[in-house]
Design a protein around this ligand. Structure first.
Ligand code: ADP
Ligand code: MG
Length: 140
């Protein structure tokens, strides 16, 4: 708990539909500060490295192809209890069961194209932030 940083990704289905501003408005209204941000496109190899923990699962290949299929917004969010609060506002991985008022309930098309990524623990948040950002790119 306490003041935390977490990694957020707005996935290709969000950039494609031009809803990244709407999603970030939800996050800012909920008290998250965006302390680093960039729009990039990653390669399939980079996506496979980022999602390495899921290697071998049946959805791994499609997941990596999707994440590298178009531009994404990667950003660092800061807030009290940011990691779990961001998981909460994202909603369940499967949007069919995501709670009302969550990002995935509002925007996700399917479990494959579910609009947002968020770190799931303090350890993964640190690793995932470092995957995309140098210290110089993150506001102190
Ligand atoms: P989350 O993104 O909620 O942390 P996971 O880390 O379990 O979920 O999975 C990473 C991503 O892989 C999910 O966001 C989703 O897009 C995809 N995924 C997970 N489980 C499945 C599944 N059963 N079928 C298809 N895609 C899945
Ligand atoms: Mg996850």
């Amino acid at each position: 708990m306490g003041f935390e940083k977490t990694l957020s990704i707005l996935k290709p289905d969000a950039t494609e539909r031009n809803v990244t501003g709407e999603i970030n408005a939800m996050l800012e209204s909920a008290g998250f500060r965006i302390i680093a941000q960039k729009k990039i496109r990653i390669t399939l190899k980079q996506a496979e490295k980022f999602y390495g923990i899921h290697e071998g699962k049946p959805f791994f290949d499609d997941l990596c192809v999707f994440l590298s299929s178009d531009s994404i917004v990667v950003q660092v969010l800061e807030k009290e209890n940011a990691i779990m609060d961001y998981r909460k506002i994202m909603g369940a991985t499967n949007p069919a069961i995501a709670e009302e008022g969550t990002i995935r309930q509002k925007f996700a098309r399917s479990i494959d194209q579910n609009t947002v990524h968020g770190s799931d623990s303090a350890e993964t948040a640190d690793t995932e932030i470092r995957f995309f950002f140098s210290d110089m790119e993150i506001l102190g």
